[in-house]
Design a protein around this ligand. Structure first.
Ligand code: HEM
Ligand code: HEM
Ligand SMILES: *[C@@H]1O[C@H](CO)[C@@H](O)[C@H](O)[C@H]1NC(C)=O
Length: 416
């Protein structure tokens, strides 16, 4: 009974954890791809904390062909008074230089040493694309203007120079005048949400995909609420399917919750029961709990395969493969358990089937628990969800191994 109470408390914790996980993945990303820019896109996320407090970090991404001399985005209604961010190929040509500048008029904006901007993981030059994932810690106001992070019509500007790559490490490199430029607005309410420390990490990984269709899906999959919300004086490329994103977010949460519950609660509980308790129908209770767990795991697997159908699949290799192996291994458990049970009733020998059943069960369930951790890493949660999962998994697994060892020692003791 105490064990059951313990287990149900854990399962509530786990569900709560998944609620947290669900909230943390809903960082919204607004996207704006000027239609005549030859493949440049800007993305923006305003974390919940920043939106509600009025200041703090914001995240934006600048992405476009690496053949361009430079690509820029700025906060403001025009060059004068704008807070501008320019990117260009660095000296090595493998990463980008991020150059914050202030627009003072219709001439080259100059380096702004006050800007607190940082290039994040996922920035770089690959497959003819340059990408800058940027965190800005003081973009709420600058010398020349300010931005209300709750505005549904925040003014931005963009521009590009089509010349050959700059290849400079200097943040104050000399720029040629733009080949193309325009104003646009971001609906910041559609960029609001989440608390990720790098909301574009997954989007950047998917940039290696050559098909634009799969890039779009991948991004929406990672940020299911990402809405294409920019409007412009020119037509923006604002395609996106929110219905699909919602479905895949729900499937991901359901998959993770079901798998976590199954592998760190149901299976270990079934295993512990058979070691800790002793009553007549025990085998059948164990069998019932484990088969129930197996059905849950199959449900989780179907959801996993459903999520895996989206083109991000190549990013998520180990987790689904280990998952399939674990579930394939466990398919033998009911038969082995049954065989063992039949032999056990007729002879007193510890059967071959029993050893396989016990050890296959222990190894496969343990692998499944580890795989859950890998899954959480994939989901790019904040560490909170992963930590809670890790703690519960650690406690349950240690208790299980502890009981295994104790009963083994007890058995050794009583047989001498
Ligand atoms: C032992 C079996 C498995 C366990 C314990 C497990 C556990 C998890 C967990 C905890 C998450 C994080 C979900 C969240 O809270 O957001 C996750 C995500 C995911 N899992 Fe599994 N899983 C298993 C098997 C599979 C299999 C077999 C597949 C595919 C065929 C799969 C595909 C995925 C995918 C695609 C994600 C989402 C990754 C993303 O959105 O970037 N999983 N899994
Ligand atoms: C997916 C289904 C199943 C799984 C995952 C599973 C898993 C396990 C595990 C992990 C153990 C070892 C417990 C420990 O840690 O000490 C175990 C023991 C056992 N299981 Fe299962 N089991 C399953 C189904 C069944 C079925 C259907 C039966 C019988 C009808 C059964 C009968 C037993 C028995 C008798 C033991 C004790 C073996 C011994 O102590 O020598 N199991 N099972
Ligand atoms: C580019 O630089 C950023 C910031 O230092 C780093 O996080 C990123 O991994 C680098 N990218 C490559 C491809 O080296």
């Amino acid at each position: 009974m105490r064990l059951l109470a313990f287990a149900s408390a854990l399962s509530l914790d786990l569900l709560a954890d998944h609620e947290v996980a669900a909230l943390t993945v809903t960082a919204q990303i607004a996207k704006y791809c000027p239609s005549d820019s030859g493949g440049i896109c800007y993305r923006l996320n305003v974390p919940e904390q920043t939106a509600s407090s009025g200041n703090g970090d914001i995240f934006f991404q600048i992405q476009g062909p690496s053949t361009k001399q430079w690509i820029a985005v700025g906060q403001g209604t025009g060059m004068t008074g704008a807070n501008i961010f320019v990117i260009y190929a660095d000296g090595s040509g493998t990463n980008v230089t991020l150059s914050p500048r202030l627009g003072k008029g219709h001439f080259q904006p100059l380096f702004n040493s006050e800007a607190q901007v940082f290039l994040l993981e996922g920035s770089g030059i690959a497959n003819c694309q340059m990408t800058a994932n940027v965190r800005c810690s003081n973009c709420g106001s600058w010398s020349g203007g300010s931005m209300d992070f709750t505005s549904n019509k925040a003014s931005w500007i963009w521009s590009v120079n089509n010349g050959s790559p700059l290849k400079s490490d200097s943040q104050s490199a000399n720029l040629n005048e733009h080949s193309d430029k325009d104003k646009f607005t971001f609906d910041l309410t559609q960029a609001r949400g989440g608390n990720s420390l790098n909301p574009f990490a997954d989007a950047a990984a998917s940039a290696s995909s050559t098909s634009s269709a799969s890039t779009t899906t991948a991004e929406s999959n990672a940020y299911p609420n990402a809405a294409s919300t920019a409007s412009s004086t020119r037509d923006g490329d604002n395609s996106g399917s929110n219905a699909d994103d919602e479905t895949s977010l729900r499937a991901t949460i359901a998959h993770g919750t079901i798998m976590g519950f199954t592998f760190i609660i149901v299976f270990p509980l079934g295993a512990l029961l058979i070691r800790l308790c002793s009553f007549k129908a025990l085998v059948w209770v164990h069998a019932g709990v484990q088969i129930f767990g197996y059905i849950l795991a199959l449900t989780g697997l179907s959801l996993g395969i459903f999520i895996g159908m989206v083109p991000t699949f190549e990013l998520n290799l180990y987790h689904p493969i280990i998952g399939i192996i674990v579930i394939a291994l466990l398919v033998f458990q009911p038969i082995l358990g049954l065989l063992h049970h039949r032999i056990h009733r007729t002879s007193l020998n510890i059967s071959f089937y029993s050893v396989i059943h016990v050890w296959l069960g222990r190894v496969a369930i343990t692998l499944g628990i580890i795989n859950g951790g890998l899954g959480l890493r994939l989901a790019d949660n904040t560490s909170k969800g992963a930590i809670v999962y890790g703690i519960i998994a650690g406690v349950v697994w240690s208790a299980w191994v502890g009981v295994m060892v104790l009963t083994y020692l007890k058995k050794q003791g009583s047989s001498t």
